[in-house]
Design a protein around this ligand. Structure first.
Ligand code: NAD
Length: 361
């Protein structure tokens, strides 16, 4: 039987708790579909600093490179806040993204029918929302050179550079079009081509790549308009493709459509199959160790891992359906609890998902 190697990096705060539940769910999937998953745990973030003196030990990188897929919890916490930038837990996160060369960050935002009421927006606006933001992750103004502060004419000048190459735009555009062709076949490419030179290149290259996908409808939207459309009529979107900084901002805005950070998964893809899958939320130190964190973002990240890293589509769907059914039955962790529903802890939520998955066996 084929063995699927999965690296688990629990990290800090609620990370270990939510990863534990995702692992349980993956084992249940293995049981139901006769798949063998082999897990190897690695240290990252503050936990790695404490144990090995660095946020991303070489051992962890080795485990990730050898595995077909990586599932990460979260990193960070007050204990390490005083450390210099490149020694902080978050440096481990940037380091692993770089090492795995993941350049496309996928953030699905799906409003589960049972959770429509959890959004701050009106029901008729968010009902049925099902979109994915594809954010370019390794280029643009966050990495562009030159950057820095300079003394100038007796004052001070600070500079960042927004730069894209044709190659960088092309490869992330292909991810977006490939994804859209397996969904509702619509790509909205977001830029600021009325002002920015890098956006004009972006638009040009995306249009060219789009010509290779005649079944996928492409439209272009300015980023300011997109920010507005996301809360005015989010159902118009299927795949939203955009550069690094715009994606950073828009994906957080889009995330709020779903109501809770505890529900939002992500996957970062590169050229290889090894995706880095992780919940969007952080280490939530305020609720760590209390068995109240919502594990669903991590479980849904595991579903993305099954689909994008391991090519196990049916298994991935089974996990998403289990999440939907458990929510429909009224089970909620504290962050999504509403009157008339049943409050459960982190581990109980995991047990309910396992039960749902095995029920289908
Ligand atoms: P956070 O996402 O950890 O928490 C924000 C709020 O959401 C908190 O009130 C928290 O209790 C709640 N929350 C988060 N995840 C939840 C879950 N699964 N279930 C229920 N509630 C949940 O963001 P923060 O408080 O700004 O940051 C805390 C630490 O996490 C910091 O050290 C930060 O640097 C780090 N961080 C890490 C990542 C990552 O690892 N990818 C991302 C963001 C922040």
């Amino acid at each position: 039987m084929q063995v699927f190697e999965i690296a688990l990096l629990p990290g800090d705060g609620v990370g270990p708790e939510v990863i534990r539940e995702a692992r349980k769910v993956l084992l249940a999937v293995g049981k139901r579909y006769s798949r063998r998953f082999a897990f190897t745990e690695g240290l990252i973030g503050g936990a790695a600093i404490d144990a090995a003196g660095t946020p991303l030990p070489e051992d962890t990188l080795e485990i990730c490179r050898k595995s077909g897929a990586v599932l990460l919890g979260a990193v960070g916490g007050a204990k390490w806040d005083g450390l210099p930038g490149d020694e902080r837990p978050e440096a481990g996160l940037l380091g692993i993204r770089k090492a795995l060369q993941v350049f496309a960050n996928l953030r699905p935002v799906r409003v589960f029918p049972a959770l429509v009421g959890a959004s701050t927006l009106k029901r008729h606006v968010v009902e049925g929302v099902d979109l994915v933001v594809v954010r370019e992750l390794t280029g643009g103004v966050y990495f562009g050179q030159p950057r820095g502060r300079f003394a100038r004419d007796g004052g001070i000048k600070a500079l960042d550079t927004m730069v894209y190459t044709r190659f960088e735009v092309e490869r992330v555009a292909r991810v977006a079009f490939g994804l859209a062709s397996r969904r509702r076949r619509r790509v909205t490419s977001v830029d600021k081509a009325n002002v920015l030179e890098s956006s004009r290149l972006w638009r040009e290259v995306v249009t060219e790549v789009g010509n290779e996908y005649p079944d996928v409808e492409l439209n272009h939207m300015y980023v300011d308009n997109c920010a507005m459309q996301l809360i005015r009529d989010p159902r118009q979107f299927d795949v939203v493709l955009t550069e690094n900084m715009f994606g950073d901002i828009l994906s957080d805005e889009a995330a709020m459509l779903a109501g809770s950070l505890g529900m939002l998964p992500s996957a970062s893809l590169g050229h290889g199959r090894t995706a880095l899958c992780e919940p969007v939320h952080g280490s939530a130190p305020d609720i760590a160790g209390k068995n109240i964190a919502n594990p669903l973002a991590t479980v849904l990240s595991a579903a993305m891992l099954l689909r994008y890293s391991l090519g196990l589509d049916e298994e991935s769907r089974a996990v998403e359906e289990a999440v939907m059914r458990v929510l429909e039955k009224g089970y909620r962790t504290a962050d999504i609890f509403m009157e008339g529903t049943t409050l459960v802890g982190t581990a109980e939520m995991g047990d309910l998902l396992v039960e749902e998955i095995l029920r289908g066996a």
